[in-house]
Design a binder for this molecule. Structure first.
Ligand SMILES: Nc1ncnc2c1ncn2[C@@H]1O[C@H](COP(=O)(O)OP(=O)(O)OP(=O)(O)O)[C@@H](O)[C@H]1O
Length: 249
């Protein structure tokens, strides 16, 4: 089943035609990797999936993004959408508050006050983000005291706490060292059982290791998409072949 379907999507930043007639299906409970050279439109496409580009001045979008059959640009409330389609950014961005408060933040904003409910949601989210054991004795200390890799897992926990259906990740490990990256990649293997994940990555090895499907972009076009093994081992287009073999990019 497809969780998201992008149909004939065009996006312009002023005169810059950044996404050109993109049609892409994103299957549920799989990891879809968006790859391609810098400036090809990967992050722009990712941001169209929860309408983050709406915040950019001068942006024009046509075409459809369907989320379980509803057009997110017509039929869906943006606030609701962003709860169902969460996002993790390139740089860990914890709030200037405690570890506990970071994870509970969204739930409290929804009006949840019951301490037991909050405590168990915080624990469950931190466990799902493979961080609980490292922080359970220091939940009330500032999030900024965590390492970069721990901060990124905290941001994942904060996203998970809202019980989204889709998690968008924009180069979530590019600011992390190899050990922290390895932890997040291991975590994604668990997360895919529960969530639909779309990840932008510059690392072809990462795309190969963690994704089920890969989409290759080139100057705003979606050149090719399919099973990750096919894209890397038997690409159909020469541009994909050149990129995945490291000839350019
Ligand atoms: N907020 C913005 N305002 C204007 N133009 C933008 C904006 N964001 C991106 N662009 C332009 O849109 C095009 C696609 O950019 P985008 O960031 O989506 O590419 P990308 O493939 O994610 O690149 P990178 O790998 O370098 O992050 C580029 O030409 C970029 O300059």
């Amino acid at each position: 089943m497809n969780k998201l379907e992008v149909n004939n999507l065009n996006l312009f930043y002023g005169d810059n035609h950044a996404l050109k007639d993109i049609t892409l299906a994103i299957p549920a409970r799989q990891v879809t990797a968006l790859i391609g050279p810098s400036g090809c439109g990967k992050s722009t496409l990712l941001r169209t999936l929860n309408r983050m580009n709406d915040l950019v001045a001068g942006v024009k979008i046509d075409g459809d993004v369907m989320f379980e059959g509803s057009n997110i640009y017509r039929d869906v409330d943006v606030k609701q959408l962003r709860m169902r389609v969460g996002m993790v950014f390139q740089k860990p961005n914890p709030f200037p508050m405690s570890i506990y408060e970071n994870v509970a933040f969204g739930l409290k904003a929804q009006g949840i006050k019951d301490k037991q409910v909050l405590d168990s949601a915080v624990e469950e989210s931190l466990r799902s983000a493979a961080l609980w054991d490292e922080v359970k004795d220091r939940l009330n200390t500032p999030a900024f005291g965590l390492s970069g890799g721990q901060q990124q897992r905290l941001c994942i926990a904060r996203t998970i706490a809202m019980k989204p259906e889709v998690i968008l990740m924009d180069e979530p490990t590019s600011a992390l060292d190899p050990i922290a990256t390895h932890k997040i990649e291991g975590l994604m293997d668990e997360l895919r059982k529960q969530f639909t994940i779309v990840i932008v990555t510059h690392s072809m090895n990462q795309a190969k290791r963690i994704s089920d499907k890969t989409a290759f972009f080139w100057m705003g076009e979606l050149v090719e998409h399919g099973e990750t093994t096919q894209i890397f081992n038997h690409p159909l287009d020469q541009r994909t072949q050149g990129y995945v073999s490291g000839e350019f990019g």
